[in-house]
Design a protein around this ligand. Structure first.
Ligand SMILES: [Zn+2]
Ligand SMILES: [Zn+2]
Length: 246
């Protein structure tokens, strides 16, 4: 179980199966302490009403529903759009999201080329512009990057790097590259996190693939994964959000 699951999708994305309250119930039953609801940014084709979601007068920070209780981070999985590092985060909500995640998906203007050098440049440029907290699935086979360069940029800019449990389950991950990412991140001080990228109840809060991978590498998950440290994670999220608030 992931204590702080930093990547979950709801029906607000076209890929998630559950509502927020269903996700809270599922996560709480598994013992999850907090989750980041990180639905896709608008470039993937679905317009989302972020206003209600980010308004604390409407949705409390900790969602309690029946017997369930989970801290819900207001997130977005933004899309990289181009080499300059532009993303589709709605500008007027930039300072209202708790966590801004960033992924390479089919809407990247050069996605079809599978061009490692240009994919890398796009990520590094986006990190450097300081609007990103978490890079999702950097080792996905469909969108290859130079992982050494991405890890170095993440270390310099404080961006968290994800180990994605569901993508490992589904065979979407370049596992050798992921092992290299983990080793390099530990070497240069980049933050590593475990996430489910859960779309359905069988995925939300689950981390068995991450545990297996780290144990195969001889690593202690508690010492390796930044999001197993509640206080440090909370402080990180608060600080990054403050830094982008005008
Ligand atoms: Zn993604
Ligand atoms: Zn996702």
């Amino acid at each position: 179980m992931i204590r702080n699951d930093l990547h979950v999708h709801s029906i607000r994305s076209s890929c998630g199966l559950h509502t927020l309250l269903e996700i809270v119930s599922i996560a709480s039953a598994k013992g999850v302490r907090s989750l980041n609801l990180s639905d896709h940014g608008p470039a993937l084709g679905r317009s989302i009403n972020f206003g209600v979601f980010t308004d604390l007068r409407r949705l409390p920070e900790t969602v309690e529903w029946g017997a369930a209780k989970v801290r819900v981070w207001r997130g977005i999985e933004a899309n990289l759009l181009n080499i300059a590092g532009d993303t589709d985060v709605p500008p007027k909500f930039v300072h209202r999201f708790d966590i801004i995640s960033l992924g390479l998906h089919a809407c990247f203007e050069l996605a079809g080329l599978r061009d490692e050098a240009r994919n890398t440049k796009a990520f590094v440029n986006a990190f450097t512009r300081r609007g990103v907290d978490l890079a999702t699935h950097p080792c996905i086979k469909a969108h290859p990057v130079n992982i050494d360069a991405v890890v170095e940029a993440a270390a310099e800019t404080g961006v968290m790097l994800e180990i994605n449990n569901t993508n490992l389950r589904l065979g979407k991950t370049d596992v050798r590259k992921l092992e290299r990412m983990i080793a390099k991140a530990l070497d240069c001080g980049a933050l590593l996190v475990e996430s489910s990228d859960g779309h359905v109840y069988t995925e939300i809060g689950e981390n068995e693939q991450v545990e297996t991978l780290l144990s195969r590498m001889g690593l202690d998950p508690d010492a390796t994964l930044f999001n197993r440290r509640d206080k440090a994670l909370d402080a990180y999220i608060t600080k990054r959000k403050q830094d982008r608030t005008p």
